[in-house]
Design a protein around this ligand. Structure first.
Ligand SMILES: *[C@@H]1O[C@H](CO)[C@@H](O)[C@H](O)[C@H]1NC(C)=O
Ligand SMILES: *[C@@H]1O[C@H](CO)[C@@H](O)[C@H](O)[C@H]1NC(C)=O
Length: 468
């Protein structure tokens, strides 16, 4: 009780300090003192969500929120402290705290609040349903999606709810969530802000010249220093796959396994799982053991890879048709693997300097086109385009993982002529939400088992609550 009174005092003090003109002296009617010590706002400032409270204060949002609770209930999704401390990209945090970016900070925080009362009992009951809610963030039309996984885990957007109904008051409630919810418009503010900074040139790495007939270097190579890139193109080292070009030559000259590619691949799959919002992609990589093994082998041999990882929302849009054909998931995945080491910065710099950039993929002969759009990197074109969404999720110098918000399909296959193709994009006939979800559920169900087995083997099954 003491702490509540203390919180109320702080709140009143802050309101007084931040709004000296409209505060107490001018309008001492009960209307201006609507905040009582039982308000969810006071509870927030008093709660263990200290990082969020601090940001709300820094964003000068107390008055706005006070008005909001005067009119209606509010539901606050409060990221746990850790999500706003260590887990947060320091550059993004710096960006948010710059005085010139106050608007972005406000948008970000208001995006965590629904103008209404949504208790844990209001989540969709069935895992095939989602419900959409507007937020207090007026500058974005983006809504928050509530979902209830079969495992019982509730989520909002990409964040799992870790403490449902953590704080319940008469005028609103607080759910604890595991990560920050970043609306697209704030991500874009951040990206375009960053692009204004001096752009350091990326030295394009010249590929060694290889005779296509013999798969040998045209010029005698100088002795390969330990740890340097292999001299043959990655395609020569790729295992022959169902539709990959035949791999005519054995792997690059001599085994020089300086890298433990397999554990690096395991590592980045773990990172994807831990990052959150990329479980589908991680699951597929775990399930397609041959793909993960192949990637591990390539990295062991000194090749580098950039993985464009579609997030869960993007994967949810894939249809059963697109996944059920034998080999289809592999084909989709291979198209998301670029045999180069690219980071957000290097890709962004390239598209800024060269306009359109075409990257090879491991799905021969298809390339993926990248260009600058809205201060970010856009892959693919038209309906099938995807934006760089979570940059540099994993970068270890050999494998780079970049989160994107769409599943990419080769351009040829998005044409109507390619309807028979197993991975053709079903753009013409929009499917019902439930169809998409049931396909996702079928996929997830199948994949989860394997994931749990693998994590079990690593002694980490507790990472995935759905394993129990
Ligand atoms: C908030 O929700 C409660 C319970 O639904 C309701 O009794 C109350 O009137 C609401 N308050 C406002 C300000 O709408
Ligand atoms: C995952 O693995 C299972 C068993 O090996 C298989 O039946 C299923 O089709 C795989 N899923 C995908 C998407 O490849």
């Amino acid at each position: 009780m003491d702490s509540q009174i203390y919180g109320a005092t702080i709140l009143l003090l802050l309101l007084f300090l931040t709004s000296p003109i409209t505060a107490l002296p001018k309008n001492p009617t009960p209307n201006s003192a609507q905040i009582n010590s039982n308000s969810v706002l006071v509870a927030l400032l008093d709660s263990h969500y200290t990082e969020l409270s601090e940001l709300v204060e820094k964003a000068l949002l107390l008055q706005t929120l006070e008005q909001a609770v005067a009119n209606h209930n509010i539901t606050i999704f409060a990221p746990k402290n850790e999500a706003l401390e260590r887990a947060m990209d320091p550059e993004f945090k710096r960006f948010l705290l710059e005085p010139g970016n106050l608007k972005s900070l406000q948008k970000l925080l208001l995006f965590h609040i629904i103008p209404g009362r949504v208790g844990s009992n209001h989540w969709p009951k069935d895992s095939s349903e989602t419900s959409l809610h507007n937020t207090l963030c007026k500058d974005t039309h983006e809504q928050l999606t509530l979902h209830h996984a079969k495992s019982g885990v509730k989520s909002v957007g990409l964040a799992n709810v870790v403490r449902p109904d953590d704080v319940v008051r008469a005028d609103g409630l607080i759910h604890g969530i595991e990560r920050l919810l970043v609306p697209r418009s704030v991500q874009e503010d951040f990206n375009s802000r960053r692009s204004l900074r001096s752009i350091s040139a990326v030295l394009p790495e010249g590929a060694p010249e290889v005779d296509p007939r013999t798969h040998r270097l045209k010029k005698p190579a100088s002795p390969v220093p330990v740890g340097s890139a292999p001299v043959l193109p990655i395609f020569a080292a790729l295992a022959p796959g169902p539709s990959l070009a035949p791999a005519p030559a054995p792997g690059p000259g001599g085994p020089h396994h300086h890298f433990d590619g397999h554990s690096q691949v395991k590592d980045f799959i773990q990172t994807l799982l831990h990052y959150g919002g990329y479980n589908e992609m991680a699951d597929i990589l775990v399930n397609l053991t041959s793909l993960a093994t192949e990637m591990g082998k390539l990295v062991s041999e000194g090749y580098v890879l950039t993985v464009l990882a579609p997030n869960d929302e993007a994967m949810a849009k894939l249809t059963t048709d697109q996944l059920s054909e034998p080999g289809a998931p592999e084909q989709i995945m291979y198209y998301h693997l670029i045999p180069e080491y690219q980071t957000e910065e290097s890709m962004y710099n390239s598209v800024r300097r060269f306009g359109k950039v075409r990257y090879d993929t491991l799905r021969l002969p298809h390339k993926v086109v990248a260009e600058e759009a809205d201060g970010s990197v856009k892959f693919g074109q038209g309906d099938g385009a995807a934006y760089l969404f979570d940059p540099d999720i994993y970068t270890d110098g050999r494998i780079s993982v970049q989160g994107i918000d769409g599943v990419l399909l080769p351009a040829e296959e998005t044409t109507p002529a390619a309807k028979v193709s197993p991975v053709a994009k079903v753009a013409a006939k929009p499917r019902r939400e439930t169809d998409q979800h049931s396909s996702l559920i079928i996929l997830t169900g199948k994949l989860l088992e394997v994931t749990c087995r693998m994590l079990g083997a690593l002694g980490q099954e507790s990472r995935l609550t759905s394993c129990h």
